[in-house]
Ligand binder design. Structure first.
Ligand code: SF4
Length: 949
């Protein structure tokens, strides 16, 4: 304990490492007495979003319990700082409603009756069912479906060890469209902006408050701003991020690509582009557009063709589409051009995930980077794969031989990820069934569109044989499982993570804090659940043990992948799995550990993170080695191939690695799009989203003059829908909530527990002088929801908005539910596929082990909007297009707050209409999908070809 000084010099930002074994603080509960408490500080990794920030668990030496979580200063990305959700981990581990033991349902699915079972019973049940499925050649009936991964590679390894194509994810409701836009340019499907060194930052996101890697990014955006960078934010909402910007561009949703292409036009017309970069690093020689063919033409002719092609994107056109003044478009284009190679940007969800064609803004945004030469540069746009570091484990199983069409169906050959949100519709169409289904930290009934179709699927035992929900919390989806299996929070599990948070590479090690400390003190545990609260386990050990249960004698060839690399034939331990990686696959880590006489595993347990040395800029310019070049050939376009696969490219007479595209350059022109039946989209383009103003102004079922039925299905409303037509923006996050996992964090729910409908005053007047707090009814294509209005100028007129972060509900009043965050509802199927939900009560104070639950003062749990949305698959990326046209009216006297109605027959019809927009494979040569485009858990190449009958 340090003496108090008035100038604050006794304060430290974070406890220094040398004091982590005995850190002393005054007990705040004992105030005003000065009572010292001694803590051991153990690093781990936050599990409350994808950023993977470093936590320090403060373990009270007297009680042996975790008392709080703060930031780990040794973590290279988060640097000791956290958002509100990191420290709220303490609520989660002490949540009185948490799942502590494996539970099995005892009545019908969804009936709400549960009994405690042992982990052995769980392993035996699933092991024998899966074994039988594998032995009978039904591997495709085993599926793992992940919400928040929170780890790298281990699950891909497990599924490939099982030999199945069974990985499903949530990505197609999250980021698929942005990914497609990026990968068409440079294979890498995510950006890694170097905000800290930028001179101009353009965000199509809310990255100072929420979004992908937002805490590490927010720090760097502020670093950049403090060093003089200008910040522009494109967002229809006046978000906290927009309020911090130098320029707020409240674009009408879906018009973003028009604005970006208008900026590109200004840069091209004013000849302010980096001609040397464009000439060297794009595939301009392949360009074919508007009857022009670049082959044999000089570079200058290509630039003229581009200028002609983009001529219609005048700043005035951008203003008409977006509402942003043409002068602003020109001014920002010039500022971006002036920033040159130090132009950084970010786009992840927002424009990309809301809109039909949401991958176009990502392509158009990257065109600005290409024109300014800011790809791969300090202060520019870098590739996620250059910053994210995923080390390999001791043995990697071969790729699976099968292709699962429930994951990658023929209709969407260019979808970046599994068509996960269609699963209920696929099963309804008779495309398959599931024998064993694992949902893992995943709550599709609540987070996905069309949740009632999920309920119908999950409760059908013909469609889903056995369902385990691996989850840290009770949820709307867990309710319909056969087994609910408790998995640990940030301080209760092992995982290895890395993210592209900044211009650097790092790994972070999540660890079960109490097990680590007790093992340091000499105790031994076979499994993490023996040291965790109740019998809360971790996935790593669960999958190892389940793999042994599937193949107990090793005869199926599965067990071998889960045997120790150090003790042949013995079961792999988590220490051995990660210890081997740290010893063998992380450059520089063994040497760093050696300096402190630690093993690499001990080093990671001590510090929780490691900065991996290496270059991070211009990795496309890395020379190929003599070994790389042995047996290679150079084609006429300069692409270097080996065994018929591109491995590099000749640039100015030098053989370099380039980008992993077919041309090994940045693909200004995408031949892939032409080859896969979308020749109109070979260049970055803009086409009007399904929520464009022309669709909005159309009378129902009769499109406006700009409407192109080739791309956009007609909105068809239920016959009884009334009200005025608005565009609903349903996808913004609240900064302190965690999709589906905030329900057990009392600090967070006390701050945020309402999700009213944002309505501009102009629209409020139009709707009959609606005032804040009035009840309002929102009709979607398949039903409606009723909520309160919030009248605000912080939103573009014509658009209404609602955060997806609230509206949790529960069927049981007080058992196996999260009570502090959910409304107790009466849920009824009033006709076949017709679902009605009405709130019985909101949140109330209740008795528990935590005295704070008696102090709950809020009653609102919000309203669940996503469940009233139909599925809208983008025909190219496969992404669910979240934005939608809705009809809004003042609620009727019989309507009550939180009322929901949905007809799943209508939702299946909407699915069919959107599916009809797709242009199915196979593509050239009978391929299911282009070989060069990444795929999660990639199978053998032969599986890419549709078998000829
Ligand atoms: S940004 Fe917040 S929630 Fe996400 S990992 Fe960091 S501290 Fe946790």
């Amino acid at each position: 304990m340090t003496d108090f000084k008035r100038d604050g010099s006794h304060l430290s930002f974070c406890p220094p490492v040398e004091k982590w074994d005995d850190w002393v603080e005054y007990d705040p509960q004992a105030w005003p007495r000065r009572v010292e408490r001694h803590y051991q500080l153990v690093p781990t990794i936050c599990f409350n979003c994808e950023s993977a920030c470093g936590l320090l668990a403060y373990v009270d030496k007297e009680t042996g319990e975790v008392a709080k979580f703060e930031g780990n200063p040794k973590h290279p990305a988060s640097r000791g700082r956290l958002c509100a959700k990191g420290p709220a981990t303490i609520n989660q581990i002490h949540d009185p409603d948490r799942v502590l033991y494996p539970m099995k349902r005892t009545g019908p699915r969804g009936g709400g009756k549960w009994a405690r079972v042992s982990w052995d019973e769980v392993l035996e049940t699933f092991g024998s069912r899966i074994r039988k499925a594998f032995q009978e050649g039904r591997g495709e009936e085993v599926m793992y479906h992940v919400g928040r991964p929170g780890h790298d590679f281990i699950m891909e390894r497990t599924l490939q060890a099982w030999g199945i194509d069974g990985h499903n994810s949530h990505t197609n409701v999250c980021s698929s469209s942005a990914r497609l836009g990026y990968l068409l340019w440079h294979y890498a499907d995510r950006p890694s902006p170097d905000h800290a060194n930028a001179r101009f930052i353009l965000l199509l996101s809310a990255h100072l408050e929420s979004g992908h890697y937002f805490n590490p990014h927010a720090q760097r955006i502020i670093d950049g701003k403090m060093a003089g960078a200008k910040l522009a934010v494109m967002d229809p909402r006046l978000s906290n991020t927009a309020s911090m910007a130098d320029y707020w561009l409240p674009t009408y949703p879906g018009s973003e690509a028009a604005v970006l292409l208008a900026m590109a036009k200004v840069i091209l017309d004013e000849n302010r582009f980096d001609a040397a970069f464009v000439k060297t690093w794009t595939n301009w020689e392949e360009l074919e557009v508007d009857g022009f063919r670049a082959k044999g033409q000089p570079f200058e002719a290509v630039i003229e063709a581009l200028k002609k092609h983009y001529a219609r994107f005048t700043p005035q056109f951008a203003e008409k589409e977006s509402g942003v003044k043409s002068e602003t478009v020109v001014k920002l284009a010039r500022e971006i051009a002036s920033a040159g190679s130090r132009f950084a940007s970010h786009l992840w969800r927002g424009a990309a995930s809301g809109n039909l064609g949401g991958w176009q803004p990502a392509r158009a945004l990257l065109l600005l980077h290409v024109l300014t030469g800011s790809v791969g540069t300090e202060g520019g746009h870098n590739l996620n794969s250059w910053n994210k570091f995923v080390p390999r484990p001791f043995k990697v199983p071969p790729p699976q031989k099968h292709w699962n069409e429930l994951l990658y169906p023929p209709e969407w050959p260019l979808c970046t990820h599994e068509m996960s949100f269609h699963l209920p519709h696929f099963l309804k169409e008779g495309r398959g069934r599931l024998e064993a289904y694992f949902t893992r930290v995943f709550n599709p009934v609540w987070t996905y569109p069309d949740g009632f179709s999920w309920i119908e699927m999950l409760r059908d035992e013909q469609k889903i044989g056995l369902h385990a929900a691996l989850t840290p919390t009770w949820s709307e989806t867990a309710w319909f499982a056969d087994y609910v299996l408790p998995m640990g929070f940030s301080s209760e599990r092992h995982d290895l993570m890395s993210q592209e948070t900044h211009a650097g590479k790092w790994i972070g090690f999540r660890q079960p804090v109490l097990r680590t400390l007790r093992e340091r003190a000499g105790e031994k545990f076979e499994y993490t659940y023996q040291a965790n609260p109740g019998e809360v386990w971790e996935e790593d050990e669960f999958w190892i043990n389940l793999s042994w249960a599937i193949d107990p004698d090793g005869s199926m060839g599965i067990r071998q992948w889960f045997e120790s690399p150090y003790r042949p034939g013995q079961k792999l331990t988590v220490d051995e799995y990660y210890g081997w990686i740290f010893e063998n696959s992380v450059p520089g880590l063994p040497e760093e550990a050696q300096k402190e006489s630690l093993t690499p595993l001990e080093y990671m347990r001590k510090y929780g993170a490691f900065e991996v040395p290496g270059d991070v800029y211009k990795l496309n310019e890395k020379p190929l080695t003599a070994e790389d070049l042995a047996g290679s050939q150079v084609d006429t376009g300069g692409v270097i191939t080996k065994e018929s696969k591109p491995v590099g490219v000749m640039i100015d007479g030098k053989a370099v690695v380039g980008y992993k595209t077919p041309s090994r350059k940045l693909e200004l022109f995408s031949k892939t799009m032409a080859d896969w039946k979308w020749p109109e989209f070979t260049l970055p383009e803009y086409y009007r989203s399904h929520i464009h103003g022309s669709a909005q102004s159309a009378s129902i079922g009769s499109p406006g003059e700009d409407f192109d039925p080739q791309y956009t299905p007609v909105v068809q409303w239920p016959s009884d829908a009334r009200g005025d037509v608005y565009m609903l923006l349903p996808i913004f996050r609240l900064p302190n909530l965690i999709h589906t996992r905030s329900g057990n964090a009392k600090f967070l729910y006390e701050i945020s527990h309402k999700n009213p409908l944002w309505v501009n005053p102009v629209d409020a007047k139009q709707l009959g002088s609606i005032r804040t707090g009035d009840l309002i009814k929102v009709h979607t294509e398949i039903g409606y929801f009723v909520l309160h209005a919030w009248v605000t100028e912080g939103l573009t007129p014509g658009v209404v908005a609602c955060s997806h972060h609230l509206g949790r509900w529960r069927i049981n009043e007080d058992e196996q539910v999260e009570r502090m965050s959910s409304a107790w509802v009466d849920l009824k199927e009033v006709g076949k596929g017709q679902w009605k939900m009405r709130q019985v009560s909101g949140v109330k104070a209740y008795d528990s082990d935590d005295p704070d639950t008696k102090r709950i003062w809020w009653s609102d749990a919000g309203v669940h909007q996503d469940i009233t949305f139909p599925v809208h698959p983008d025909p190219i990326s496969g992404m669910h297009c979240w934005h939608q046209m809705v009809r809004v009216e003042r609620a009727a006297p019989e309507d009550r707050y939180g009322d929901i109605f949905v007809d799943t027959n209508l939702s299946h019809a909407v699915y069919q209409r959107w599916k009809a927009l797709a242009r199915p494979g196979p593509g050239p040569g009978g391929l299911r999908r282009p070989l060069w485009i990444p795929r999660v858990v990639r199978p053998v190449e032969a599986a890419y070809y549709v078998k000829q009958t």
